[in-house]
Design a binder for this molecule. Sequence first.
Ligand code: HEM
Length: 145
Amino acid sequence: MEFLQILPPTLAGLNLASLTLLLAGFLAIRSGNRERHRQLMLANLGLAAGFLVIYLTQVALAGHERFPGEGGLRIFFVVLLTSHTILAVSLVGLVPRTLYLALKARFADHRRIARITFAIWLYVSVTGVVVYLMLHHLPLGTTPA
Ligand code: HEM
Protein backbone atom coordinates (compact mmCIF):
# COMPACT_ATOMS: atom_id res chain seq x y z
CA MET A 1 0.00 0.00 0.00
CA GLU A 2 1.37 3.41 -0.99
CA PHE A 3 1.96 6.26 1.47
CA LEU A 4 -0.91 8.36 0.09
CA GLN A 5 -3.31 5.41 0.36
CA ILE A 6 -2.53 4.98 4.05
CA LEU A 7 -3.47 8.56 4.91
CA PRO A 8 -7.31 8.44 4.55
CA PRO A 9 -7.81 5.35 6.78
CA THR A 10 -5.28 6.77 9.26
CA LEU A 11 -7.26 10.01 9.40
CA ALA A 12 -10.53 8.10 9.81
CA GLY A 13 -9.01 6.10 12.69
CA LEU A 14 -7.72 9.24 14.42
CA ASN A 15 -11.10 10.87 13.94
CA LEU A 16 -12.91 7.91 15.53
CA ALA A 17 -10.46 7.82 18.45
CA SER A 18 -10.94 11.57 18.95
CA LEU A 19 -14.73 11.14 18.86
CA THR A 20 -14.46 8.44 21.54
CA LEU A 21 -12.32 10.66 23.80
CA LEU A 22 -14.64 13.62 23.26
CA LEU A 23 -17.68 11.59 24.33
CA ALA A 24 -15.80 10.01 27.26
CA GLY A 25 -14.61 13.49 28.37
CA PHE A 26 -18.14 14.80 28.22
CA LEU A 27 -19.51 11.85 30.22
CA ALA A 28 -16.71 12.35 32.78
CA ILE A 29 -17.68 15.97 33.49
CA ARG A 30 -21.39 15.09 33.55
CA SER A 31 -20.66 12.56 36.27
CA GLY A 32 -18.63 15.16 38.18
CA ASN A 33 -15.15 13.75 37.52
CA ARG A 34 -13.19 16.92 36.72
CA GLU A 35 -9.73 15.33 36.71
CA ARG A 36 -10.76 12.61 34.26
CA HIS A 37 -12.50 15.24 32.11
CA ARG A 38 -9.29 17.29 32.01
CA GLN A 39 -7.15 14.26 31.04
CA LEU A 40 -9.54 13.03 28.35
CA MET A 41 -9.96 16.46 26.77
CA LEU A 42 -6.20 17.10 26.73
CA ALA A 43 -5.64 13.66 25.15
CA ASN A 44 -8.35 14.52 22.64
CA LEU A 45 -6.57 17.77 21.80
CA GLY A 46 -3.35 15.83 21.19
CA LEU A 47 -5.14 13.54 18.75
CA ALA A 48 -6.83 16.49 17.06
CA ALA A 49 -3.44 18.17 16.56
CA GLY A 50 -2.04 14.95 15.04
CA PHE A 51 -5.11 14.71 12.82
CA LEU A 52 -4.63 18.29 11.60
CA VAL A 53 -0.97 17.73 10.68
CA ILE A 54 -1.74 14.54 8.72
CA TYR A 55 -4.80 16.10 7.08
CA LEU A 56 -2.83 19.13 5.89
CA THR A 57 -0.08 16.79 4.61
CA GLN A 58 -2.66 14.83 2.64
CA VAL A 59 -4.23 17.95 1.11
CA ALA A 60 -0.77 19.32 0.20
CA LEU A 61 0.33 16.06 -1.43
CA ALA A 62 -2.88 14.74 -2.99
CA GLY A 63 -5.36 17.67 -3.08
CA HIS A 64 -9.06 17.06 -2.52
CA GLU A 65 -10.78 13.87 -3.56
CA ARG A 66 -13.78 13.89 -5.87
CA PHE A 67 -16.97 12.20 -4.74
CA PRO A 68 -17.72 9.33 -7.16
CA GLY A 69 -21.55 9.44 -6.85
CA GLU A 70 -24.10 11.42 -8.87
CA GLY A 71 -27.55 13.04 -8.50
CA GLY A 72 -29.20 13.34 -5.09
CA LEU A 73 -26.40 11.47 -3.36
CA ARG A 74 -23.89 13.97 -4.72
CA ILE A 75 -26.00 16.93 -3.51
CA PHE A 76 -26.28 15.33 -0.06
CA PHE A 77 -22.49 14.81 -0.01
CA VAL A 78 -21.74 18.42 -1.01
CA VAL A 79 -24.13 19.82 1.65
CA LEU A 80 -22.65 17.50 4.27
CA LEU A 81 -19.05 18.34 3.32
CA THR A 82 -19.78 22.09 3.23
CA SER A 83 -21.38 22.12 6.68
CA HIS A 84 -18.57 19.87 7.99
CA THR A 85 -15.87 22.19 6.62
CA ILE A 86 -17.41 25.49 7.80
CA LEU A 87 -17.96 24.14 11.31
CA ALA A 88 -14.48 22.55 11.40
CA VAL A 89 -12.98 25.98 10.62
CA SER A 90 -15.01 27.54 13.47
CA LEU A 91 -13.33 25.05 15.85
CA VAL A 92 -9.96 26.69 15.11
CA GLY A 93 -11.18 29.66 17.17
CA LEU A 94 -13.51 27.89 19.59
CA VAL A 95 -11.19 25.12 20.83
CA PRO A 96 -8.27 27.36 21.92
CA ARG A 97 -10.73 29.73 23.66
CA THR A 98 -12.43 26.82 25.46
CA LEU A 99 -9.05 25.45 26.53
CA TYR A 100 -7.74 28.87 27.61
CA LEU A 101 -10.74 29.46 29.89
CA ALA A 102 -10.33 26.01 31.47
CA LEU A 103 -6.59 26.47 32.04
CA LYS A 104 -7.27 29.89 33.63
CA ALA A 105 -9.79 28.13 35.91
CA ARG A 106 -12.60 30.37 34.60
CA PHE A 107 -14.91 27.38 34.70
CA ALA A 108 -18.29 29.17 34.47
CA ASP A 109 -17.12 30.87 31.24
CA HIS A 110 -15.50 27.62 30.13
CA ARG A 111 -18.74 25.70 30.57
CA ARG A 112 -20.77 28.28 28.62
CA ILE A 113 -18.58 28.21 25.51
CA ALA A 114 -17.61 24.52 25.93
CA ARG A 115 -21.21 23.41 25.38
CA ILE A 116 -21.15 25.04 21.94
CA THR A 117 -17.62 23.78 21.20
CA PHE A 118 -18.62 20.27 22.24
CA ALA A 119 -21.76 20.21 20.05
CA ILE A 120 -19.87 21.50 17.00
CA TRP A 121 -16.92 19.18 17.59
CA LEU A 122 -19.30 16.22 17.86
CA TYR A 123 -21.00 17.18 14.57
CA VAL A 124 -17.65 17.65 12.81
CA SER A 125 -16.33 14.28 14.07
CA VAL A 126 -19.44 12.31 13.13
CA THR A 127 -19.76 13.94 9.70
CA GLY A 128 -16.02 13.36 9.20
CA VAL A 129 -16.62 9.62 9.53
CA VAL A 130 -19.61 9.80 7.15
CA VAL A 131 -17.60 11.80 4.57
CA TYR A 132 -14.78 9.23 4.74
CA LEU A 133 -17.22 6.32 4.31
CA MET A 134 -18.99 8.02 1.40
CA LEU A 135 -15.69 8.80 -0.36
CA HIS A 136 -14.03 5.44 0.12
CA HIS A 137 -16.57 2.74 0.95
CA LEU A 138 -19.76 3.38 -1.00
CA PRO A 139 -20.50 0.40 -3.26
CA LEU A 140 -21.16 2.66 -6.24
CA GLY A 141 -21.52 1.15 -9.66
CA THR A 142 -21.48 -2.42 -8.40
CA THR A 143 -25.15 -3.18 -9.09
CA PRO A 144 -25.70 -5.02 -12.38
CA ALA A 145 -27.65 -3.09 -15.08
C1 HEM B 1 -11.06 21.90 24.62
C2 HEM B 1 -11.38 20.83 25.32
C3 HEM B 1 -12.55 20.80 26.26
C4 HEM B 1 -13.87 20.66 25.96
C5 HEM B 1 -14.51 20.49 24.58
C6 HEM B 1 -14.60 20.70 27.22
C7 HEM B 1 -15.96 20.56 27.33
C8 HEM B 1 -16.69 20.80 28.49
C9 HEM B 1 -18.13 20.82 28.56
C10 HEM B 1 -19.10 20.54 27.41
C11 HEM B 1 -18.47 21.15 29.84
C12 HEM B 1 -19.89 21.37 30.39
C13 HEM B 1 -20.59 20.09 30.75
C14 HEM B 1 -22.02 20.40 31.19
O1 HEM B 1 -22.87 20.60 30.36
O2 HEM B 1 -22.25 20.46 32.41
C15 HEM B 1 -17.24 21.32 30.58
C16 HEM B 1 -17.16 21.62 31.92
C17 HEM B 1 -15.99 21.68 32.62
N1 HEM B 1 -14.71 21.54 32.13
FE1 HEM B 1 -14.21 21.21 30.20
N2 HEM B 1 -13.72 20.86 28.23
C18 HEM B 1 -12.45 20.93 27.70
C19 HEM B 1 -11.26 21.05 28.40
C20 HEM B 1 -11.17 21.17 29.77
C21 HEM B 1 -9.94 21.23 30.51
C22 HEM B 1 -8.53 21.14 29.87
C23 HEM B 1 -10.26 21.34 31.81
C24 HEM B 1 -9.38 21.44 33.02
C25 HEM B 1 -8.29 22.19 33.07
C26 HEM B 1 -11.72 21.40 31.92
C27 HEM B 1 -12.45 21.54 33.08
C28 HEM B 1 -13.81 21.64 33.18
C29 HEM B 1 -14.56 21.84 34.40
C30 HEM B 1 -13.96 22.00 35.79
C31 HEM B 1 -15.91 21.89 34.05
C32 HEM B 1 -17.11 22.11 35.00
C33 HEM B 1 -17.45 23.57 35.00
C34 HEM B 1 -18.65 23.86 35.90
O3 HEM B 1 -19.60 23.09 35.88
O4 HEM B 1 -18.60 24.88 36.58
N3 HEM B 1 -12.23 21.28 30.66
N4 HEM B 1 -16.18 21.11 29.72
